[in-house]
Design a binder for this molecule. Structure first.
Ligand code: PLP
Length: 313
């Protein structure tokens, strides 16, 4: 058990980042191949997206694009919405989110609980439909919104360049040989990958993506059938794209919970499954320090218990 945290925080946003790196020793295929996971569910909003949301908002304020009279608006499959909502509330900005009507009830409610306005797009058009709708709203109401646009905003990967990548290098003492992560907006892999490649071009960067357009890995994108994010510039950064079946990711999420005591979301299952494939494919006798990333916890996907402002008995 670790000791008392002695520091106090001025704001919840000061607790974003600096997440632990946890060894997945029970799942390692053989001695000499270490597998670690960056526990991004330890961020105060519960996911990796706290980092990107804070960076985009801070950079928006610094550039003058985000002023006190504006509402932060974006499309989100959920975690980014929670992160905007938390950071917006803590820093005193209004937030509006466009999300497909069929995203999990828990996540709509979490964002709404911070005082965020939720606007629904067609459930038939998925996350791309939410992107189109937010663009339309911003075009129709010039001056009303600050639209960070996480798919095109360089501050999204920058959060990981400044934070996640540096942290992984320091936490492994520069021993990291592979970084394996799922891709949604691609901010995590692009920023972390860029930073690790700068430290050492030998670090292999592996992007895990769903193997099919129809998949059950919330938060991840099947790029061949999606609007490709503008921040996705894999040349010189991403060494390998690893297609992942939903079943393998879900089974691995279960294994991570059963054997490591880490109850994680399905995209984390996909990332760990990718890391274990990389581990198993290594030539006999080769040593490695593989780092993957756990974007959020499994209980984010539960149907919520009753959470209403006023109960009716
Ligand atoms: C659960 C989950 N996993 C993975 C990702 C992908 O991260 P990124 O958008 O940095 O590629 C996201 C992003 O929204 C997510 O919510």
């Amino acid at each position: 058990m670790r000791g008392l945290r002695t520091e106090t925080a001025e704001s919840i946003v000061d607790l974003i980042g600096g997440t632990p790196l946890i060894r997945l020793g029970k799942l390692e295929p053989r001695p000499g191949v270490e597998v670690y996971a960056k526990a991004e569910f330890c961020n105060p909003g519960g996911s990796v997206k706290d980092r990107a949301a804070l960076q985009m908002i801070q950079d928006g304020v610094a550039s003058g694009a985000l002023t006190r009279d504006k509402t932060i608006i974006d499309s989100t499959s959920g975690n980014t919405g929670v992160a905007y909502s938390m950071v917006g509330a803590a820093l005193g900005y209004k937030v509006a989110l466009v999300m497909p009507a069929n995203v999990s009830a828990a996540r709509k409610q979490i964002s709404a609980s911070y005082g965020t306005e939720i606007i629904f797009s067609s459930e038939l058009e998925g996350s791309d439909g939410a992107i189109r709708m937010v663009r339309q709203l911003v075009a129709e109401n010039p001056g009303k919104y600050f639209y960070p646009d996480q798919y095109s905003n360089d501050s999204n990967p920058r959060a990981h360049y400044l934070g996640t990548g540096r942290e992984i290098w320091e936490q492994t003492g520069g021993r990291v040989t592979h970084f394996v992560a799922g891709i949604g907006t691609t901010g995590t892999i692009m920023g972390t990958g860029r930073r690790l490649k700068e430290y050492s071009p030998r670090v292999q960067i592996v992007a895990v993506e769903p193997d099919d357009a129809l998949h059950g890995l919330e938060g991840l994108k099947h790029l061949p059938s999606s609007l490709v994010p503008a921040i996705w510039r894999p040349e010189g950064i991403v060494d390998r794209r690893l297609p992942m079946p939903t079943e393998e990711a879900w089974d691995t999420a279960e294994e991570v919970a059963h054997h490591e005591g880490l109850f994680v979301g399905h995209s984390a299952g996909a990332a760990v499954a990718g890391a274990l494939r990389v581990a198993r494919e290594l030539p006999e006798g080769e040593r490695a320090c593989i780092v993957t990333l756990l974007p959020d916890r499994g209980d984010r996907y539960f149907t919520p218990l009753k959470w209403e402002k006023q109960y009716e008995w």
